[in-house]
Design a protein around this ligand. Structure first.
Ligand SMILES: [Zn+2]
Length: 243
């Protein structure tokens, strides 16, 4: 599994970059909210001070949701958003509205952290027991924690080659960056956060494919799914789990 994780991380960064750089959203079902979100991301990146109310706080926990929000900022793109034909976003993107290296990223949930030797901006945390489906193992993937040149903002406690280090929820993992793999075309400063299914052999599936990932929204208690969300700012779901 580990070799296969590198390539998707790079591609994903490029795709997010392309999504920000073009107006190539698909027409049709489910995409109007995506267009609204893209416009909001552009406005936020241009001047976050105009809309401080758009930022969700780092560490936010909605009601009894198992995960905390792993970083602060505008929850810009959602699981299922489409940036181009044939592609749907496999995670959520949270844009800090800060320069690179400033917006802290913490563990959303406890687990066992691995960082491959070649990973500049990414790490993955194994969760042996899915809190929403006990008995199932899942993997939480965090990326874009490096600058455009590939200088890492991952905490020095987790150098390349780290394997299976236990981290409690809330542990500082690093800081948001804009690494895309192409120094000339960095992404907007953000964290990409996704939940990857287990491959049945104690490894993560290829996180580049939507079908290999899970919608993070129920884990965060936040209305995030691209098809359900109507373009409003995602927030804690109403009901007994809110608080
Ligand atoms: Zn993303």
């Amino acid at each position: 599994m580990k070799g296969r994780m590198i390539y998707p991380a790079f591609l994903l960064a490029v795709i997010v970059s392309a999504g920000l750089a073009t107006a190539a959203f698909l027409p049709g079902k489910g995409n109007s909210p995506g267009v609204l979100r893209r416009e909001r991301v552009f406005a936020w990146l241009a001047n976050p001070a105009v809309h401080p109310e758009w930022a969700a706080p780092l560490g936010l926990r909605c009601g009894n949701a198992p995960f905390v929000l792993p970083t602060g900022g505008l929850i810009g793109f959602l699981w299922g958003d489409s940036f181009r034909i044939g592609h749907r976003h496999q995670g959520i993107d949270i844009f800090g509205g800060t320069p690179v290296g400033r917006s802290a990223v913490v563990a959303a949930y406890p687990g066992y952290l691995t960082r491959l030797p070649e990973w500049k901006s990414s790490l993955i945390i194994r969760v042996p027991d899915d809190p929403l489906k006990p008995g199932r193992q899942i993997w939480i993937y965090y990326t874009h924690m490096a600058d455009s040149q590939g200088n890492s903002y991952i905490s020095e406690q987790y150098p390349p080659g780290t394997e299976e280090v236990y981290v409690p929820a809330g542990t500082l993992l690093g800081y948001q960056g804009n690494y895309s793999g192409d120094p000339d075309n960095p992404v907007g400063v953000h964290l990409h956060f996704s939940i990857v299914k287990d491959n049945g052999n104690n490894g993560a599936m290829n996180e580049f494919k939507l079908r290999n990932t899970l919608d993070p929204s129920p884990y965060l208690g936040i209305e995030l799914n691209a098809w359900r969300n109507k373009g409003e700012l995602p927030g804690c779901l109403p009901g007994p789990s809110s608080g």
